[in-house]
Design a protein around this ligand. Structure first.
Ligand SMILES: [Zn+2]
Length: 361
């Protein structure tokens, strides 16, 4: 790294499709889906360069994905589609693969017809074909969350014979090999659920040594406090931070913030610094991941796309923290003053954060 270069090579956000797309609720009707160009403009303006998107893999999203990729690339942004590896039977917001032929579905601990078996040859072929369709718009990455992480893995005898993370390694490598064959430059990214304690995280690292070398970025849910994040980063060179911007850093506990904006922003920079100090190359923030329904009181409402032409302060904050985590207190003060005057100021009020400029201030 030379002075002036961004700290992390991979500076991303993760969501379920209500940021990058203007999308009506959970609709998968192509008429209800269009590219949110302003969002991609804002990511680029703030210095982010990756967006990872779950829940947008039904065939009806294919045209929107082609348009999103073209526009993102013209702005220097890379896009990754996220997939529940070998889950099945239902719509994506139930954490399933959409469009699986019924006869391939198998039981998991979640119930009948909720899983796919990686030992079944026809299922492997279906997954290979599906991956080629997912890559077709020219996406830059595939993010895999193996079905075992969400309790939807096949429980046939052969699958049950695999212990702990062995099942995950099998399905991830199957998919990673196929992706490499179809699109050698495509980044294979992982999303796992971290063990809560330090020894569990170390044992995860040991169990995942069999993963293909071309998997460079491993993110996981669960780094919601500083010690958990530190243990995760220390456990393995490939373990990188995935941080909940709103639910942990900006509006902790699901309430209007008690700490000052200066304190919350300082914590955001400090957490990025923990990763930068350890030489991590990637960082991802959760950004409005479920279109606002992750917020207490909004769970039963429809997810919404946030619209507005001004750069949200929250996106600017993510970009600056990942580009320059070493910004000192004085620098952070100047940043906040600039964001207050130039940006859509959404660092104080969760409603504003989730809904944008049309919400209360
Ligand atoms: Zn099986």
């Amino acid at each position: 790294m030379t002075p002036g270069d961004p700290c992390f090579e991979f500076r991303g956000t993760l969501e379920c499709g209500w940021n990058i797309f203007n999308r009506k609720g959970y609709s998968t009707n192509p008429g209800d889906i269009s590219v949110n160009h302003a969002y991609l403009d804002h990511l680029a303006e703030a210095g982010l360069n990756w967006s990872i998107v779950f829940w947008t893999n039904s065939r009806n999203f294919q045209d929107a994905w082609c348009q999103a990729v073209e526009y993102a690339h013209s702005n220097g942004i890379k896009l990754a589609r996220a997939i529940y590896g070998f889950s099945g039977g239902g719509s994506e917001y139930t954490m399933a693969e959409p469009g699986v032929p019924g006869h391939l579905l198998r039981p998991s601990a979640r119930g009948e017809r909720t899983a796919l078996c990686p030992h079944d040859e026809e299922t492997r072929e279906w997954m290979a074909l599906t991956l080629s369709e997912r890559l077709a718009p020219g996406v830059d990455g595939i993010d895999i969350e193996p079905a075992r992480e969400i309790g939807r893995n096949c429980i046939c005898e052969q699958c049950q014979a695999l212990e702990g993370f062995e099942w995950d390694v099998l399905v991830i490598n199957l998919m990673a090999d196929r992706i490499r064959m179809l699109s050698p430059e495509c980044e294979v990214i992982l999303h796992l659920k971290m063990a809560p304690d330090r020894s569990g995280k170390q044992s995860m690292s040991d169990s995942l040594q069999g993963l293909r070398d071309h998997i460079r970025h491993i993110f996981a849910w669960g780094a919601d406090d500083e010690s958990s994040l530190t243990d995760w980063l220390n456990a393995d060179p490939r373990f990188e931070p995935f941080t909940k911007l709103a639910r942990v850093l900006l509006f902790p506990g699901g309430n209007s913030p008690k700490q000052s904006v200066e304190e919350r922003v300082a914590r955001t920079f400090n957490w990025c610094k923990l990763a930068a100090n350890r030489g991590k190359s990637g960082h991802v923030f959760d950004y409005r991941i479920f279109g606002g329904t992750e917020w207490a009181g909004l769970e039963d409402g429809p997810p919404v796309s946030r619209t507005g032409n001004r750069l949200p302060a929250s996106i600017a904050l993510m970009g600056t923290a990942m580009t320059n985590p070493y910004l000192d207190t004085q620098g952070q003060k100047s940043l906040l003053s600039e964001l207050r005057s130039k940006c859509d100021w959404d660092l104080e009020n969760p409603e504003r954060f989730y809904k944008g400029e049309t919400a209360g201030t």
